[in-house]
Design a protein around this ligand. Structure first.
Ligand code: PLP
Length: 482
């Protein structure tokens, strides 16, 4: 097409100012801001010009495009201003799903974080003396309360525990090793050199901390004598790492914590344990075995333990370092502590989460609640969802819904073999393969993430909040009715 003709077509386009004044767009100016709206208008106009210039838009179609131009601007603005981080309905049955944000927070944690962070706070301010305070105290007191030994209410000062908080457990391991073992050796069993998802590898963290790894034993068997033989005058630490996401079964051996602690005491070397998940709650009550409790390690005499805030604890992302006061204050004085410290939002959410533990209000913590939901309750909700789906699909025999027995998992690198019985909603279609059903539900708003098991798409309500059931039904209904 000739240039003259194109510029004539361009002249038919409204100007940015004309569109800004259009009553169809005026309601957007105040909520979205003048600049964002004009930018969206420019993008839409540029797009139309580009299409005309390249011949991708037939000039006879221009009037139709212009008749919906304000709609196009709205669409453009919507995608430009949308938030990338969005809510997802987790119907995978994986309670601590790292890709879906691990532990959902309790409402008390969120309320407290909102109150503390929406204004000023006493984060590092002692309101009694008017002087500078320490941010650590806000959660240290609650950990002391939780870890207080009922058998020994008046622990000797040398036994006193304290806890500090860093950004995550990887940071906790890094700063603890750097403080306690830089330039020296750390003895660790070959069977515990774990890699957690997202490439956290103990040997790599150790290298960054400036400590040297002394591997002992074999993958499946390590004896206390292996540790003892590896000790030299350069040994700074005996390290135990919880095998978070794998198990070694069969011909295996591992010294008990008590043996490791006794060896450490005998040779004057501290013992550190990276617990990974670190449960504060006795999970055996929920039918989960093999996941160590933080209190047990401390009681066994481990000098320093590290664990995550957003795994089994059910709080915000954080790394907790707890142990003998003298060692913890050494770690606290490491300049890395300033680099790895956490924000008031985290302290607030963590403090409120710990308070629920102190009050033994376990149902207030969403992850603990999910672990403890009776399977009968899941079945009752699954039946209600099933009934709704059957009603909606009455006219369409291509859909098959049913309830099947299944297992939910803890996830987040906790008790790999520990699963909980559940009831799954199976969703099948004669027309859509399971992967297609999964993809369609992922692109819904909010996205619903289920899992595929035996070629069937299944939903596990254990990890769906009861308040989300109606939305789940609504989204599935739209899928069914096309
Ligand atoms: C999960 C885990 C970590 C890492 O914890 P983050 O809080 O994700 O940094 C480290 N060690 C073990 C044993 C773990 O299970």
């Amino acid at each position: 097409m000739k240039d003259v003709a194109i510029s004539e077509l361009f002249r038919k386009l409204p100007s940015v100012d004309e569109l800004l004044r259009s009553p169809d767009l005026s309601d957007l100016l105040s909520p979205c801001g003048h600049k964002a709206v004009s930018d969206a208008i420019r993008r839409v106009l540029d797009h139309i010009r580009g299409q005309l210039a390249t011949g991708n838009l037939d000039p006879r179609g221009l009037d139709a495009v212009l008749s919906v131009i304000t709609h196009s601007v709205r669409q453009d603005l919507k995608s430009a201003l949308h938030l990338s981080l969005r809510r997802v309905i987790n119907a995978t049955g994986v309670i601590l799903h790292t890709n879906l944000g691990r532990a959902p927070l309790s409402s008390a944690a969120l309320d407290h974080a909102a109150e503390v962070a929406s204004g000023y706070s006493n984060l590092e301010f002692d309101v009694v003396t008017g002087e500078r305070g320490k941010r650590d105290i806000h959660v240290d007191r609650l950990f002391r309360e939780l870890f207080a030994d009922e058998d020994q209410p008046q622990a000797a000062p040398s036994q006193a525990l304290s806890t500090i908080v860093v950004n995550n457990n990887a940071a906790a391991v890094l700063i603890a090793l750097n403080t306690l073992a830089e330039g020296g050796e750390v003895v660790v069993s070959r069977g515990e050199l774990v890699e957690i998802g997202g490439s956290f590898r103990i040997p790599d963290v150790m290298a960054k901390s400036g400590a040297t790894l002394r591997e002992v034993g074999t993958t499946n068997r390590t004896r206390i004598s292996d540790y003892e033989r590896a000790i030299t005058e350069n040994t700074r630490l005996l390290l135990r790492v919880h095998r978070s996401n794998f198990q070694i079964v069969g011909f295996t051996e591992q010294p008990s914590l008590a043996e490791l602690v006794a060896l450490g005491r005998k040779r004057g070397i501290p013992v550190m344990e990276d617990l990974g998940s670190g449960a504060l709650f006795d999970l055996r009550a929920a039918g989960i075995h093999g996941e160590p409790q933080v209190q047990e390690s401390l009681k066994a005499g481990v000098d320093v333990v590290t664990f995550s805030g957003d795994k089994l604890l059910g709080g915000p992302q954080a790394g907790l370092i707890c142990g003998r006061q003298a060692l913890i204050s050494q770690i606290r004085s490491n300049p890395l502590f300033r680099a790895l410290r956490v924000d008031k939002l985290i302290y607030a959410a963590l403090e409120a989460t710990l308070l629920a533990y102190v009050k033994q209000d376990y149902d207030a913590i969403p992850t603990l609640r999910m672990m403890r939901i009776p399977v009968g309750e899941i079945e009752r909700r699954a039946n209600a969802v099933l009934a709704a789906l059957l009603r909606v699909s009455r006219e369409d025999s291509s859909w098959i819904f049913s309830l099947v027995d299944g297992r939910s998992v803890l996830g987040g690198g906790a008790a790999p073999a520990a699963t909980l019985p559940t009831i799954l909603i199976s969703v099948r279609s004669a027309l859509l393969p399971a992967s297609e059903i999964a993809a369609k539900l992922r692109s819904a708003d909010p996205a619903i993430v289920g899992r595929i098991q035996d070629d069937q798409f299944v939903l596990d309500l254990r990890t769906v909040f009861p308040r989300e059931d109606a939305l789940l039904i609504q989204t599935l209904s739209s899928l069914i009715t096309g």
